[in-house]
Write a protein of this length. Structure first.
Length: 331
């Protein structure tokens, strides 16, 4: 099948031949020569433009070699993953996930080409994605080879074994207390691990894991506040501590939203348990948590550029409508 580019090239050559055969018709003057050259240049420019238009968007072109994949990872080797979101590739995908897929595809096509570099790079991608078991397998493969990377792989393996053991830690859980015991053990162990890796790129991974456990603890207490002693106060304190301790985290707005959601839940639960039209309904009690929810939602809704801003605005409008309804019924 003939493409538009082939037709353009054929047309250019034909025009050139035609002009060559009829060049004697032009006067051998400066004006005639200039006209001839202008026609040739127009035809060439048209052909080049047609070829460029046929090329795919460069952002989605396949990576041609292993160096291109590894160079992207090298540029972000020391990124602060705790404070900043994961880097994106030119197509907008998570760089580590996209690079891992490219490495797996490269490995399938060229199974014997630089396996140590491929496995080492896979390990970096997996550890940044918090897949510590997969990263351990990749680095162990390099550590057992005669590759120049084996010493680096061995040092990474020793650290990742601690990360993996902590991530896999589980105890048999039969009640709420068992869940809390497991989370408290993980928090204590995460604090010790952070002390060991402070000053290295693994510090950010450890802080991410610690933040995740603390968030899980706050959400667990909030979801079970009815059966936990002083559940409301404990949940509110945990959410408050999250926003203070992890003020530099990339997830700070998420913590604020979860805190506001819990305050809004308490307000709704109080309105359900006590009829707003009755004399027993206390507007001050209702406003205590309702005002807190509105204040925290507003805090996130005013942050320009935050991805959570739209979500906060929607929740704020919906909750304001609910509060206005309750206030109207209680009057």
């Amino acid at each position: 099948m003939i493409s538009w580019y082939d037709l353009e090239c054929w047309f250019t050559v034909s025009c050139y031949c035609h002009m060559k055969n009829t060049v004697h018709e032009f006067a051998l003057t400066k004006k005639g020569i200039s006209s001839f050259l202008a026609l040739v240049m127009c035809a060439c420019v048209s052909a080049c433009a047609s070829k460029a238009a046929l090329r795919a968007d460069a952002r989605y072109e396949p990576y041609e070699n292993l160096l291109e994949i590894v160079s992207d990872l090298q540029r972000h080797a020391n990124d602060n993953a705790y404070r900043f979101p994961a880097p994106r590739d030119p197509s907008g995908q998570n760089l580590y996930k996209a690079s891992l897929i490219r490495l797996l595809n490269f490995e399938k096509i060229y199974p014997r080409r630089m396996p140590d570099v491929v496995n080492f790079s896979k390990g970096i991608c997996m550890e940044r994605l918090h897949d510590y078991a997969g990263a351990l397998r990749a680095f162990t493969h390099v550590a057992g080879s005669d590759s120049p990377l084996r010493e680096q792989a061995r040092s990474k393996t020793a650290i990742l074994e601690k990360f993996n053991d902590l991530a896999d830690y589980r105890i048999e859980k039969n009640n709420v207390g068992d869940y809390l015991t497991e989370l408290e053990f993980k928090l204590d162990a995460q604090g010790k691990l952070i002390g060991e890796v402070t000053g290295t790129p693994y510090e950010w991974l450890a802080r991410e894991d610690e933040e995740k456990v603390e968030q899980h603890l706050a959400e667990f207490v909030a979801q079970n506040y009815i059966v936990i002693q002083n559940g409301i106060d404990n949940a509110l304190n945990l959410y408050r501590q999250l926003t203070v301790k992890h003020a530099q985290s990339k997830n700070i707005n998420l913590h604020y939203l979860n805190w506001a959601d819990f305050c809004a839940l308490l307000s709704r639960r109080y309105a359900q348990e006590t009829d707003p039209r009755s004399l027993e309904f206390g507007m001050e009690t209702f406003n205590k948590t309702a005002d807190a929810a509105i204040r925290i939602y507003s805090l996130v809704a005013q942050k320009d550029g935050a991805t959570e801003k739209v979500e906060a605005l929607g929740k704020l409008q919906a909750f304001n409508a609910f509060v206005a309804k309750i206030q109207g019924e209680s009057e």
